[in-house]
Design a protein around this ligand. Structure first.
Ligand code: ATP
Ligand code: MG
Length: 458
């Protein structure tokens, strides 16, 4: 169906009920093949050569039109995952809820998705909805028109056609790019119910692109935010990294908080929120996220364990204080026990992988060890693999707490770069500071040696 919308060269087609297709020819947009990665081009051409439709879609098109460098290139095609696998030796099929092909070129992965279709039929092999309207499985294949309708935001539903270099804009994405708007395709509430993660994506793109969230897209978020509780913790972990560790973490956290989204993902932390953002937990969030953003900006490496250790620290200390009173634990044991409990709570919503929780505990334990510097202890601590992370953490605590913590951070700052003689002098000068404190560690009773275990009595 052709609709003559206006007299420009734009081709306009009426497609699925709510969408109107605009086609921008090569002359009408700024994307050139040179800007697309070699690997993405290879995949596009191989699909096309085999007789399939192949488009670049999503962030690749959006970011190139904005003059930015895309993070990755996503491809959409009418080839099924099986057909894609047959075309590429270096291909892996992933995902249950949403089946995709990953074509691998060393570390570079090109994601290839088959056009999604509508899922009114009740074939549970391919499409499953929860009672709340959430899509648990979404593997109905369809045409490009249907695929466009299934995408989240208008600016993510633009397709670059490798056969003639045109852009197919299904939902008014070009216009919304111009107006710098994040707008959901279709009825916002329904789309959020289908996949609550779209609420997070709205905020993430708004911050990253410096766009506004269009009014109707923004309106339901605050009320629907609790739907995030139904998202598997492993998926929310991945999303948490995209939100907080992609270079715009500080601003993203602030916006998530305004939309009641942060509170759903991090209930352990938000229990410490205040009206004026003044609690140590909130100060630590600001410092840790700001420092992550700055490290990414200057090309430094970041570690999710460090961020999680930081943002959970004051909730841990808070709980440790009450454990000391209630369960008569020394400070060291109370902090470690509180750490375990807080992490147990945390992983219920966000599945932080075990390799990271181990590091998180290590960083926390180092905070206790920084206090004890006599004898060889300070030297031993310097040799620990995670010393740098532990020290950076102590510096942030110093900024928040001031007083003794700040002095301790300064001491370690000098100590680590001093010569051996000066280091020894610093330890000798400690006097009573830096020794084992009764409050910090309970004096250990000798633990009776366990007898070798025989078979348990039957
Ligand atoms: P970036 O990769 O820069 O974070 P992106 O837009 O490419 O942004 P991806 O997560 O790579 O995001 O997803 C690729 C495309 O898949 C999106 O642009 C969108 O069209 C579609 N998409 C991804 N997640 C969803 C979702 N939850 N609901 C609907 N469509 C989605
Ligand atoms: Mg992408």
């Amino acid at each position: 169906m052709l609709m003559n919308k206006n007299e420009t060269t734009l081709e306009t087609h009426r497609v699925y009920p709510d969408l109107t297709l605009n086609i921008l020819t090569r002359k009408e947009h700024s994307i050139s093949r040179k800007q697309i990665s070699e690997n993405a081009l290879k995949v596009l051409y191989r699909l096309q050569g085999a007789g399939f439709e192949a488009y670049l879609v999503g962030g690749g098109v959006r970011d190139l039109l904005l003059g930015e460098t895309p993070k990755d290139f996503d491809i959409a095609t009418n080839a099924t995952p099986e057909q894609i696998r047959q075309l590429f030796r270096n291909c892996r099929l992933i995902g249950r809820r949403f089946r995709l092909a990953h074509v691998m070129f060393g570390r570079d992965i090109i994601e290839v998705a088959t056009f999604r279709g509508h899922h009114q039929d009740s074939n549970t092999q391919v499409s499953v909805k929860s009672e709340a309207g959430m899509l648990l499985r979404d593997n109905v294949y369809g045409s490009i028109d249907e695929d466009a309708e299934r995408r989240d935001f208008t600016i993510n539903a633009m397709y670059y056609d490798i056969s003639d270099y045109s852009i197919h804009d299904y939902a008014g994405g070009v216009e919304d790019l111009d107006e710098r708007l994040i707008r959901l395709i279709g009825d916002p509430e329904k789309r959020y119910r289908e996949d609550p993660v779209r609420m997070l994506r709205a905020v993430r793109f708004a911050v990253k692109l410096d766009f506004d969230i269009e009014e109707e897209t923004a309106a339901p978020i605050e009320n629907l935010a609790p739907l995030l509780q139904s998202i598997p913790a492993a998926r929310l972990y991945e999303e948490s990294l995209k939100m907080l560790q992609s270079g715009y973490g500080l601003e993203t956290y602030h916006q998530m908080r305004e939309y009641n989204l942060f509170q759903q993902m991090f209930p352990v932390i938000s229990a410490h929120f205040t009206e004026d953002y003044s609690s140590p937990t909130e100060q630590m969030l600001d410092l840790a996220l700001d420092s992550t953003d700055m490290r990414l900006e200057s090309g430094k490496r970041i570690n999710p364990a460090f961020m999680y250790a930081a943002i959970l620290w004051y909730p841990v200390v808070h709980l440790a204080d009450s454990l000391m009173e209630m369960e008569d634990l020394c400070y060291h044991d109370a902090v470690m026990e509180a750490g375990n409990r807080v992490l147990d709570q945390m992983v219920k919503t966000i599945a932080i992988p075990r390799r990271h929780t181990t590091t998180i505990r290590e960083i926390w334990q180092m905070q206790l060890r920084f206090l004890r510097r006599h004898g060889k202890r300070a030297f031993r601590l310097l040799d620990i693999n995670k010393f740098r992370a532990g020290f950076d953490f102590l510096v942030m605590r110093g900024q928040i707490e001031g007083g003794e913590t700040q002095k301790l951070a300064e001491w370690w700052d000098t100590f680590q770069s001093a010569g051996r003689k000066m280091q020894q002098g610093m330890i000798n000068n400690l006097g009573r500071a830096g020794t084992r404190s009764a409050k910090l560690y309970r004096s250990r009773k000798p633990v009776p040696k366990k007898k070798k275990q025989g078979n348990p009595p039957s």
